[in-house]
Design a protein around this ligand. Structure first.
Ligand SMILES: Nc1ncnc2c1ncn2[C@@H]1O[C@H](COP(=O)(O)OP(=O)(O)OP(=O)(O)O)[C@@H](O)[C@H]1O
Length: 318
């Protein structure tokens, strides 16, 4: 069994009367990506700050790389890298100078600092930009430099707090590539994001934080299975064909204006086969057939801010 790079039990934090984290448990195995999802203000950044020693918890047992942040914050800091919503990049100096500064902070020798900086600038596609002031970098380049700076100390655990917020789709995809590479190299990534697709793409496990507690946790597939909403949608252009199909499929939800039928189901081959058989027997053909499986958006809406999953007791969600 793999050991947990990040473990927290009964993590609590309040600001004044406001309970932000109400006793949450987390366990992130080494070399995996864990994503914490939640609406604005759910407490994601607070969790990252506590786990990365920037803030103390009110209660809870925490181990980061085996170290307790309260008792031994130095050991935790030596094991982790953090890139937050506020970047460490200094815009007035060049990318290369930012990297060298980081190398100095990590007490690397001048020679080793140059070597590590050059290697990371190359890896993050910043060689050309390296001699220019970082203030002129695009958002994507700045984030890449930020992560490159984090990697100077060769951390085995990285906290990425909303690493792609505000990036265009191309830069976002390039950042996902960077994160995948890190994980392939054995790094553990703790990722907070508001982009459900990002969690879907990257995370081995996802926890949905809501009202200070973890509303559900699992792989993207497990979470999607918690919510209903899978269906097949048939679209017709001819009203007569549409009506014949509706008669042949009495369980379908009709939209008489759009000439579409929605049939609940999970889109398995067996289900599709039986659906197509019914249409064939009725002698009708749909102009379009689409299979909709629930996505993480459905999960998010069902689980956060008062949404519920019908027919499921609270406990079954964990
Ligand atoms: N230092 C602080 N003092 C008082 N309240 C705080 C402090 N830091 C955070 N909070 C409050 O705690 C709650 C959780 O904030 P946090 O930044 O952790 O949420 P988040 O999930 O990261 O949100 P977002 O997605 O908007 O970044 C918010 O209501 C916030 O106002």
């Amino acid at each position: 069994m793999s050991t947990s790079a990040i473990a927290a039990n009964g993590l609590r934090k309040s600001y004044g009367d406001q309970v932000v984290l109400d006793g949450i448990d987390l366990a992130v195995p080494e070399g995996t990506v864990f994503s914490l999802l939640g609406p604005n203000g759910a407490g994601k950044t607070t969790a990252v700050k506590i786990l990365s020693t920037l803030t103390s918890a009110d209660a809870g047992d925490i181990r980061i790389g085996g170290h307790d942040p309260a008792a031994d914050p130095r050991a935790v800091r030596a094991a982790i890298g953090v890139t937050g919503q506020f970047s460490a990049v200094d815009g007035l100096i060049t990318g290369e100078e930012n990297m060298r500064l980081m190398a100095d902070l990590h007490h690397l020798s001048r020679r080793e600092g140059r070597r590590v900086a050059a290697e990371l600038l190359e890896r993050f596609g910043l060689v050309e930009a390296a001699k220019k002031p970082a203030a002129g970098y695009s958002g994507g380049m700045r984030r890449r430099l930020d992560i490159a700076m984090t990697l100077v100390g060769n951390p085995r655990i990285i906290f990425l707090d909303e690493p792609t917020t505000g990036l265009d789709p191309r830069s976002r995809h390039s950042m996902w590539g960077v994160i995948r590479e890190l994980v392939a190299g054995g790094v553990t990534v703790f990722l907070t994001t508001q982009y459900l697709e990002e969690a879907d793409q990257l995370a081995d496990r996802i926890a949905v934080l809501d009202n200070g507690t973890i509303a559900a946790e699992g792989s993207a597939e497990e979470l999607k299975r918690l919510v209903p909403g899978g269906h097949v949608r048939l679209r017709f252009t001819d009203p007569n064909t549409y009506r014949s199909a509706a008669t042949a499929l009495p369980g379908a939800t009709r939209d008489d204006e759009a000439l579409t039928l929605q049939i609940p189901g999970d889109g398995t081959q067996r289900e599709l086969h039986s659906l197509l058989g019914a249409l064939h027997s009725a002698g009708v053909e749909a102009d379009e057939l689409t299979v909709h499986t629930p996505d993480l958006d459905d999960v998010f809406f069902a689980l956060t801010e008062g949404g519920t999953i019908p027919g499921r007791p609270e406990e079954a969600l964990r």
